[in-house]
Design a protein around this ligand. Sequence first.
Ligand code: MN
Length: 253
Amino acid sequence: MRILICNDDGIHAPGIAALHGAVKQFGELHVIAPDAERSAAGHAITLADPIKSMPIEKNGEFFGYGIGGTPADCIKLAVCAVMKDTPPDLVLSGINLGSNTGISVIYSGTVSAATEAVILGIPGVAFSLCTYTNPEWEMAGRIVKELTQKLIENPMPPNVLLNINMPNLPYEQLKGIKVTRMGRSRFIEKFHKRLDPQGRTYYWLDGALEVQDDGADVDIHAVRDGYVSITPIHLDLTSYGHLKTFQSLEKTF
Ligand code: MN
């Protein structure tokens, strides 16, 4: 079993080390991740610039390659170039610091690494720990290990990725694991307007997720209630319910 590991917090982030530690017993690990934080990179790829690759050591040992690109770049580069002759059997992304529930999925670099894997025909899973402070890495590592083992025993079907969000609780305080749907939500944007030392204006984006969904089966609510949330996500963005709505635009020439 060859497992490719990526995340969007960068190859030096604590979450990628936690993920690496949690799954190393399952096979041969390959780490190919952005060389710096690329959170909220979405599914961007790099076309106009060269993509740098640097070997990175941790504790005096080779850990992986730090890539001057996005999470989607990393998976493409790994599968189509670096590991071309021996492609990964599974791609794991994370463990991200901060939730990737609701509409965050659209902006998430963590999810996009798993998405790119699925586009390339390889099972992909994204893991996020829903906090920015005092992360419960031990719990997160245990959950990642348990779920990865199950996914190795029962391989995932094609064309679907899993988006897994964990509440920041000690393992013993978790309520359970729930399969959920992506909750309808949006960000309430807040741009902080400031002046730089030269007196020029700059803006810094901040925002809070507003939930517009009361469903009990929603990712955001599962995490709030102490459950690990597993959302299967597919890549077909077609709004099937609206195919008829727009049929009047059709015309035959
Ligand atoms: Mn991130």
